[in-house]
Ligand binder design. Sequence first.
Ligand code: ADP
Length: 184
Amino acid sequence: MNIILFGPPGAGKGTQAAKLVDEYNLPHLSTGNIFRAAIKNETPVGLKAKSFIDAGELVPDQVVVEIVAEALEEDTYSNGCIFDGFPRTVFQAESLDKILNEKGTGKAQVIALTVPEEELVRRVLSRGEGRSDDTEESLKNRLKVYQKETAPVLAYYADRGQAKIIEGTGDVNDIFARIKSALS
Ligand code: ADP
């Protein structure tokens, strides 16, 4: 089973991903976490990604798809995965579909979390994780980039009957219950 947690910054993808990992015994693949680890370890990918991330821009598709394709080769992912923060462009979605098709682990089910913009801003600016991109300026750009580059990914999966829209406000456990009942 493959699940894509989809939504703007601050929608709660990471929080719900952790709960899905426990519930379905699937590994978590967060491209944001991969990049943050790469930056911390000063790897070539990290050095490439840092300026994009700090500015709230997307890391180029080629870099992202390569690290995801490489990760998915690992045995850990042989039964599927919970994707968080990926795919973020239609190109990434098409690339992922090709990979999943070849792996035969099933089509991805997309769970799209919706949260009003003022709530997203409040959550991100108060989460206090010390992320260098959780600044007002970077967040403003991330939200803009989300609308322009990432929102079309939802339309892409909705057209294919693979997307469910879930209200991402309220109690964390209630949101999780909604997600579970949307998954088949
Ligand atoms: P958030 O959802 O709060 O923006 P993420 O951890 O998912 O947090 O992403 C942080 C940053 O990492 C993004 O703003 C972007 O620069 C980069 N990034 C993560 N995933 C991708 C991706 N799939 N494609 C391009 N850039 C990405």
